[in-house]
Write a protein that binds this ligand. Structure first.
Ligand code: ADP
Ligand code: MG
Length: 654
């Protein structure tokens, strides 16, 4: 033998299980195992063989004693270092094969290479190569359930070799196989031993044990015999270093470990989603509904807001309206408090574009034999500026019309059509308001109807002077409409008017409304509506997230064995954590995408049914982002549960 330390040096190893009343499974095991040996560990059932094997393979830690691997104390190694040893140094072969049931033969073989960080192409070639060498070249894409026991065990041998493991740990590798398949597996193991690999077989079968050069017999957790076949006493096969040969070293090709891990996890997630569509639907439905409702509600909310803004715009922007009557009080005396003198005074205030008094009257207009009831607005020519009115046929009311008390009228489109059905342009014709004749001088530009069906073309406009003189009686006003030069000047203008009016009236028997303030109030109410929507969305996503978490927690329990297999093949805690986090994100992301589609669809249906709807990408992106985040947050607990599992007990799970 060389001076190099033995592969394993065990000194006084004990293992006590505290779970079931304290079983001492291993009781002071001391032995050396050298590179290149072929060893059988034998003993009765329950004697501690598997426990010893698990400690050798760094799946389990001893309760006492020391285990050195190549001279390094495993007691001083952290979980990630042990995972690396399992990944690079050891290949495990189990009685029950322990293949991932949903993965193909090739994917199962690739698994340790994935955890070693080998690039995808290298993994694929290597897995195909190994499987072909083991006579499974035509079974690459079969799942374990589509393979015989012997074939499955050969897949697990290929898996053990993918990272070129120097040590093969086989726990009852032939226990579940028929004689021929068992013989096949043993021959493979012998060949691997000839290749220089260390083979350790746990078996209760003396015939299997006879194939090994060295047999260690265990009873009640103690080594009772350690014998070497006399024919083989001479020498071991040449001992080889534990570092993998360069051509087979996946880390030599080290690539995009993290990305590959994400991709593999996403593939696993989609696969498990496909396996049980009903459960998938139940998992997704919360997130889906959450996202869909946010998008639909925001589309309707935004639609309503835009419709209201458009209506305000139609009324005119930068608009201040002075009305008689104290705010909230409506006494008859107050309603007559606004006069033409007030308007003249207001007109002298700086920064105003146009000022017009307005008096309205609901009355009947008559042309020939036709009567038509409409609202007559009596105002100054400035009303055109304030309300964006203009004449499209004939002319508008002029300053002269006002000065000369002319009995002229400009008709809204609807009034013109009703009173003069025989002509498209009744300019110059006469009509009668309250027994006084007025001449039509123009037609107002069409303004259309709003969403409630109010017809903005159903009105007539006359000069205020003629109105007061002929049909309106007492000279008070319904309102004074003021257009301010700049939006920034609104507050100052309102304050100036307020001060002036207070000075003139001595009491607050008037009120000033600000279209900007109305818009602001509107946008404030929109904001609180949006916050309400946000709360509803947050709650529904919370509920959805809890649903996802719940089902994933169940899934982690169901997949305990899978987690054990992953850990045995070299997955670190972080890898298991990543796996389940990615799965949660994939589930929620998928729910988010379906939710976006559903929500947009709902909004489109609402739009078709007469709702004001505005569909913007913003809310869709935000809602999808929230779904994604839900996955990150609510996947955390299941992922932690999975990553915290103990490899041995996970492998033992049903
Ligand atoms: P075998 O030689 O059949 O492989 P094991 O090593 O599996 O025996 O078990 C040795 C002893 O330790 C048995 O008595 C078994 O019941 C006990 N044991 C094994 N694993 C556990 C465990 N996880 N918890 C409690 N007891 C265990
Ligand atoms: Mg056992």
């Amino acid at each position: 033998m060389t001076d190099a330390p033995p592969l394993f040096r065990l000194r006084g190893i004990s293992r006590r299980f505290t779970t079931t009343g304290g079983v001492l499974a291993l009781d002071g095991i001391s032995l050396d195992i050298h590179h290149g040996e072929m060893i059988a560990i034998t003993g009765a059932s329950g004697s501690g063989k598997s426990t010893l094997m698990n400690i050798l393979g760094c799946l389990d830690r001893p309760s006492g004693g020391q285990c050195l691997i190549d001279g390094h104390d495993t007691g001083a190694m952290g979980p990630d270092e042990l995972a690396a040893l399992r990944n690079r140094l050891f290949g495990f072969i189990f009685q029950r094969y322990n293949l991932l049931p949903d993965a193909t033969a090739a994917e199962n073989v690739e698994l340790p290479a994935l955890y070693a960080g080998a690039p995808a192409r290298w993994r694929r070639t290597r897995a195909a190569e190994l499987l072909a060498r083991l006579g499974l070249g035509d079974r690459l894409h079969h799942r374990p359930s589509e393979l015989s026991g012997g074939q499955q065990q050969r897949v697990s041998i290929a898996r053990a070799l993918v990272n070129d493991a120097r040590v093969i740990l086989a726990d009852e590798p032939t226990g579940a196989l028929d004689a021929a398949s068992g013989e096949d597996v043993l021959r493979q193991l012998e060949e691997l031993n000839r290749d220089g690999r260390t083979i350790i077989i746990v078996t209760h079968d003396p015939q299997v044990a006879a194939r090994a050069r060295r047999r260690i017999h265990i009873a009640d957790g103690k080594v009772v015999a350690d014998e070497v076949s006399s024919a083989d006493l001479s020498s071991h096969p040449p001992s080889r270093p534990t570092t993998p040969t360069p051509d087979a070293d996946p880390v030599a090709h080290h690539g995009h470990r993290r990305l590959d891990m994400f991709a593999a996890a996403a593939r696993t997630a989609l696969r498990s989603l496909r396996r049980d569509p009903f459960r998938t639907l139940l998992t997704l439905v919360g997130v889906m509904i959450g996202v869909a409702s946010v998008i639909a509600m925001l589309a309707v909310g935004e639609g309503g807001r835009e419709a209201t803004l458009a209506r305000l715009e139609k009324m005119g922007t930068n608009l201040l309206i002075v009305r008689p009557g104290a705010p909230g009080v409506r006494s008859a005396a107050d309603l007559t408090s606004l006069t033409i003198d007030d308007v003249q005074a207001i007109r002298d205030i700086e920064g105003l574009t146009a000022v017009s008094p307005v008096r309205t009257l609901r009355t009947t207009l008559r042309a020939g034999a036709i009567d038509y009831v409409t609202t007559v607005h009596a105002a100054w020519p400035d009303i055109a500026v304030v309300r964006n009115w203009r004449a499209v046929a004939g002319g508008f009311i002029s300053a002269e019309d006002v000065a000369e008390y002319r009995a002229v009228v400009v008709l809204g489109r609807t009034v013109a059509r009703n009173l003069f059905p025989d002509t498209p342009d009744p300019t110059g014709r006469l009509l009668v308001i309250r027994n006084m004749p007025f001449q039509v001088i123009g037609i107002l530009n069409t303004r259309g109807a709003d969403q409630w069906g109010n017809d903005h073309d159903d009105l007539a406009l006359i000069p205020l002077s003629a109105g007061f003189m002929r049909i309106l009686g007492k000279p008070y006003l319904n309102s004074v409409m003021v257009k301010v030069d700049h939006a920034e000047g609104m507050t100052a203008a309102a304050a100036d008017i307020d001060q002036l009016m207070m000075a003139r009236h001595g009491i607050r028997n008037f009120q000033i409304t600000d279209s900007a303030a109305a818009q602001q109030a509107l946008s404030e109410s929109q904001r609180s509506f949006a916050m309400l929507l946000g709360a509803v969305a947050a709650i529904s996503l919370l509920v959805g997230g809890i649903g996802v978490m719940n089902i994933m927690l169940v899934g982690v329990t169901e997949r305990t064995r899978e987690i054990g297999i992953r850990m045995a093949t070299g997955a670190r805690r972080r890898d298991v954590l990543t796996q389940f986090n990615v799965e949660a994100v994939v589930v929620c992301g998928l729910g988010g995408i379906i939710g976006v589609a559903l929500g947009t669809g709902a909004a489109l249906i609402l739009a078709r049914n007469g709702f004001d709807v505005v569909i913007r990408p913003g809310p869709a992106v935000a809602a999808f982002g929230c779904a994604f985040l839900t996955g990150v947050i609510f996947g955390w607990l299941p992922a932690r549960k999975a990553a915290g599992m103990d490899p041995v007990s996970a492998l033992a799970a049903e």
